[in-house]
Design a protein around this ligand. Structure first.
Ligand code: ZN
Length: 86
């Protein structure tokens, strides 16, 4: 069982909407797998999940589409690309 780094509470696996800054803009990724503290709501993400989020963000950028906020759904992204371990 993973413990919260902030309060020591139990972390549960949930899917959340992740909002992150990207330059001057923000983007939102829906249904990102996260560990969420049942006590304080602290969220943490696996490194491989964040890597996949970056891949999705880059793909969204290459499309050339400009919107106020880019929203994409992690659950519909398919399998992650194979990458060498850092
Ligand atoms: Zn906590």
């Amino acid at each position: 069982m993973t413990r919260c780094v902030r309060c020591g509470g139990k972390m549960v696996n949930r899917r959340v909407d992740l909002a992150k800054p990207w330059g001057d803009e923000w983007y939102v990724v829906r249904n990102v797998p996260a560990h969420v503290c049942g006590q304080c709501g602290e969220e943490c993400f696996d490194a491989k999940v964040l890597m996949r989020v970056d891949e999705l963000r880059e793909a969204a950028n290459e499309s050339g589409e400009r919107v106020e906020v880019t929203v994409f759904d992690f659950a519909k992204a398919g399998k992650p690309k194979e990458k060498e371990a850092a």
